[in-house]
Design a protein around this ligand. Structure first.
Ligand SMILES: Cc1cc2nc3c(=O)[nH]c(=O)nc-3n(C[C@H](O)[C@H](O)[C@H](O)COP(=O)(O)OP(=O)(O)OC[C@H]3O[C@@H](n4cnc5c(N)ncnc54)[C@H](O)[C@@H]3O)c2cc1C
Length: 435
């Protein structure tokens, strides 16, 4: 099994972060052992979450002043990638939880908030942070609506003002952690009588799992990432108040468009899955897989060439990805955004290549379901299709940013029906970035 010193320059990582990365590697074998049953049953890694909570890792992105660990986005990403080596579903769902915390954390720090917005935000986020710590609460982040093309149109899940708050109605597809989280961070559009729904009226509410009107529906029998339990969520007349807002009204459009790395946080999981597939291949060829006959297969030149190719791909993926996450911040430069898009693309495509090469290299026995590689292979397939930064969309965004000047973006062909809603458009493009 690889060590963090194999792929990171440890002199650039804070000791407290190294300690967490090492602790994840100590816990990892437990997570890996549980991964098969979770995958077979398409259930949820409940015990892994208990372990993560015991270690305090559910507070990674919560600022230290509230009792959290105060990790930066780049530091959080490294932890997610270590988890992904052992159990992709744990890492992916862990990201949904941490994203909710990270939105409250980093959007609050954005320099373009007014003093009034910041004051309102301070109260809201303190409520969530304190609650998350006191209750060891797990948050999910259901945004997708499936077929509604949520990146191009305002969310179809809507809230309407009623006395004392709002009522939310709608539907969420792929609500990872459905039935296993304590709170759902619901993204919806506030609608007003006689006015078309608008992206800039996007609102985020935190809804407790037992709130009347919340139902989990549908089967969950997917190809990969089976332990994420990403079933459907029906929201019917969910009553929420101002206190339930994750961020104040209007902040989503103003900040998220200027913090584009926030939507790249699915990639740490797949970086980890790629590393896991590589590590498995090395151990397998060495004959060092626990419970397997100690057959040494290293003498075949073909295997050594294959491992070299896998390593070369993995190392370049890791280097770009690590740099890109180290640059994550509000108001990045164009170069930083393009590197992040390229890192996202490389990881989501590269993980599939590495997992496929791993199966080819290890050979017939490696596709048996008694070994973890075939699960990694299936899991690896799921990243490239996750909106809003799918591989297809990254190809479009990188090409557009490379070829057009910033003032030409609005007229660049191919943006029919607002396909480029989540494209970064430079400083001060807050609302335009969420048409
Ligand atoms: C294992 C797993 C876990 C997930 N967990 C979550 C979660 O916790 N929260 C969450 O919000 N979502 C989650 N998702 C959903 C994911 O982020 C995507 O929204 C979903 O995979 C998109 O697939 P779809 O078929 O529903 O796409 P649809 O929304 O039906 O879109 C149809 C097609 O159009 C493409 N498309 C849509 N918009 C654009 C655009 N602007 N430009 C170009 N092409 C576009 C899509 O990529 C897709 O191919 C999860 C998905 C998976 C596989």
């Amino acid at each position: 099994m690889s060590d963090i010193s194999d792929y990171y320059d440890l002199s650039r990582i804070r000791p407290e972060v190294q300690a967490v990365l090492r602790r994840v590697n100590e816990l990892g074998p437990r997570f890996a052992e549980r991964a098969k049953a979770v995958d077979d049953e398409a259930s949820f890694p409940v015990e892994n979450y208990r372990d993560l909570a015991d270690e305090g890792f559910l507070t990674l992105c919560i600022p230290e002043e509230f009792g959290g660990m105060g990790f930066s986005m780049g530091e959080y990403a490294m932890v997610g990638a270590e988890l992904g080596k052992f159990c992709g579903a744990t890492a992916l769902t862990f990201n949904m939880h941490n994203s909710s915390m990270a939105w409250s954390r980093f959007m609050f720090e954005m320099p373009n908030l007014t003093p009034e917005e910041r004051a309102e935000f301070a109260t809201l986020r303190e409520r969530q942070f304190r609650r998350a710590i006191a209750e060891r609460a797990i948050y999910s982040q259901p945004i997708s609506e499936g077929g509604q093309n949520w990146t191009s149109k305002p969310n179809q899940t809507q809230c309407r003002a009623v006395e004392g708050g709002w009522k939310i109605n709608g539907f969420k597809k792929f609500a990872s952690l459905a039935g296993y989280c304590d709170y759902y961070t619901i993204v919806c559009t506030e609608v007003f009588e006689g006015q078309e729904p608008r992206h800039e009226d996007t609102m985020l509410f935190v809804v407790h799992k037992d709130t009347p009107g919340l139902t989990i529906k549908g089967d969950w029998d997917p190809l990969g990432m089976r332990g994420t339990n990403s079933r459907d969520l029906i929201l019917q007349d969910i009553f929420v108040t101002r206190d339930d807002l994750l961020m104040p009204r209007g902040i989503f459009g103003k900040t998220l468009a200027n913090w584009p790395h926030m939507m790249a946080t699915l990639s740490p999981t797949y970086m980890g899955v790629a590393q896991g597939a590589f590590d498995f291949t090395v151990a397998y060829l060495q004959g060092r897989i626990p419970g397997q006959p100690p057959i040494d297969r290293r003498m075949f030149a073909t295997k050594r060439v294959a491992v070299s190719k896998m390593y070369a791909r993995l190392a370049s993926m890791r280097a770009l990805w690590w740099q890109a996450f180290g640059e994550a911040k509000g108001f990045p430069t164009k170069g930083e955004v393009m590197r992040m898009y390229a890192a996202q693309f490389n990881v989501m495509e590269g993980v599939q290549e590495i997992a496929a090469m791993a199966i080819r290299t290890c050979g017939g026995q490696s596709m048996l379901r008694s070994l973890p590689l075939e699960r990694m292979y299936r899991d690896s397939r799921c990243g490239a299709l996750m909106l809003p930064y799918t591989s297809e969309i990254m190809e479009d965004y990188i090409g557009v940013l490379a070829l057009y000047d910033m003032d030409e973006l609005d007229d660049a062909p191919g943006d029919l029906d607002g396909a480029r809603t989540s494209l970064w458009r430079g400083e001060g493009s807050a609302v335009k970035g969420l048409r």
